[in-house]
Write a protein that binds this ligand. Structure first.
Ligand code: S3P
Length: 446
């Protein structure tokens, strides 16, 4: 699904006066995908409020509709889904177009692995480069079969197994997508599906499956290893879901407010689940003034308002074990490091090489182009900070169809002498369609 215009949309972001004001960010992308998928499997009518209406989530909505669920938008962010019951999805008549969305692709492969149907997945140039073996391998053990393009990539056709065989699986890579794919396959699989997760990743699937009434248990061992068991064949009950603001989207105004001198910004209703909040912790360690007020719980997830005040930052060397809790935030963390005092060393980030782009290479190249001294490592990056001095600027930055690269360099432009030009802002619509309006409402210029 490419809803983009045909032509790239380059844009230049220039030094901003102090940012100020109060904003919200769109709904959490991970929770939005799961809301649609689980509601489509519940028997009856669910309602979702605060759904992210970005291209990635719309790809999931279209897929659920193509497989028989009734998915209807009511008002902004308010959606109604009439589910077909676990095991009740129908064979899609055409290929499922996943656009740029790795989460839609991998989670839906799991969901369909225990359905008696055949489906073909296609995606854009970025998604078609991303490895799928990490899900096809465990799902094959459950009985599904796959015919993929070379390198286990899209386009890919799969045939689900019904009944599937329950799996006992130790995750070889810290990935919430892989964990969730197996859990979703386990829903329509007789017996107990068991996953051993040595390093915790985002736990929205576990929380939401429990909320929908699945028989799921999580046990945490002394060393932090999580053991998740799910009893199939599950029956899911329809839910009323309120989706919190996406911490991965809040990351951009948070870093912008810290870096642009004199700024003070409040971002309301941000999800603060510990498995997602690593960037806030890191920025605080760097000296960032980020206060959480009005901490509360919304829809089973911790939520708060962030009050962010411009701060002088110092370089850091974060422990790689925290990587999953801020996996999508590294690009903008690198921008923060570029303005910090001293050197930052980021390691243990091999997973960044298989995101919407190779985020280590794309960031290293872009940061160099705007005057930052960086050294690219196989598993990370070393960044020499400017100590708060504005970056030179330049571009055009090659964003390689990666929304988070585009937004990270937009933030860098706000603290540059000559502005930063982004080659194409269209991919931002995948996760943060209101990004430009949000920046402008804080006083930034583009
Ligand atoms: C996601 C998991 C993460 C993250 C992605 C969303 C999810 O991917 O990068 O944006 O919703 O489960 P990995 O599982 O590949 O780390």
């Amino acid at each position: 699904m490419t809803q983009h215009d045909d032509q790239p949309a380059p844009m230049t972001f220039t030094a901003a006066p102090a940012l100020s004001g109060g904003i919200t960010v769109p709904g959490d992308k991970s929770i939005s995908h799961r809301s649609l998928m689980l509601s489509a499997l519940a028997v009856g009518a669910s309602r979702v409020e605060g759904l992210l209406e970005g291209e990635d989530v719309l790809a999931t909505a279209a897929a659920m509709r193509a497989m028989g669920a009734e998915v209807r938008r009511d008002a902004e962010g308010v959606w109604h889904i009439h589910g077909v019951g676990v095991g009740g999805l129908l064979q899609p008549r055409t290929a499922l177009d996943m656009g740029n969305s790795g989460t839609s692709t991998r989670l839906l492969m799991g969901l369909l692995a225990s359905h008696d149907l055949t489906a073909t997945f296609v995606g854009d140039a970025s998604l078609s480069k991303r490895p799928m073996a990490r899900v096809t391998e465990p799902l094959s053990q459950m009985g599904a079969s796959f015919s993929a393009s070379p390198g286990d990539r899209l386009p890919l056709t799969m045939k689900g197994a019904c009944p599937a065989v329950p799996l006992d699986y130790r995750l070889p890579v810290a990935s919430a997508q892989v964990k969730s794919a197996i859990l979703l396959a386990g829903l329509n699989t007789p017996g107990i599906t068991r996953i051993v997760e040595p390093i915790a990743t985002r736990d929205h699937s576990e929380r939401m499956l429990k909320g929908f009434g699945a028989d799921l248990a999580v046990e945490v061992e002394g060393d932090g290893t999580r053991i998740i068991t799910l009893a199939g064949e599950a029956e899911l009950r329809p839910q009323q879901i309120v989706v919190p603001g996406d911490p991965s989207s809040a990351a951009f105004p948070v870093v912008a407010a810290l870096l642009v001198p004199g700024s003070k910004v409040t971002i309301a209703n941000v999800g603060l689940n510990a498995t997602r909040a690593g960037l806030i912790d890191l920025l605080r360690e760097m000296g960032g003034a980020i206060e959480v007020v009005n901490a509360r719980e919304v829809g089973g997830e911790p939520v708060g308002d962030l009050v962010v005040t411009a701060s002088a930052l110092t370089g850091v060397t974060p422990d790689p074990v925290r990587a999953p809790s801020m996996i999508d935030e590294y690009p903008v963390a690198f921008v923060a490091a570029a303005l910090a005092e001293g050197r930052s060393v980021f390691r243990g980030l091999e997973e960044l090489r298989v995101k919407e782009s190779d985020r280590i290479a794309t960031m290293a190249q872009g940061l160099r182009a705007i005057g930052v001294q960086v050294e690219e490592l196989e598993d990370g990056i070393i960044i020499e900070g400017s100590g708060g001095a504005p970056l030179a600027g330049g571009g055009p930055i090659a964003t390689r169809l990666d929304h988070r690269i585009a937004m990270s360099f937009a933030v860098a432009g706000l603290v540059s002498k000559n502005g930063v030009t982004i080659d194409d802002m269209r991919p931002v619509a995948t996760s943060f369609p209101t990004f430009m309006a949000m920046l402008q409402s804080l006083g930034a210029q583009a």
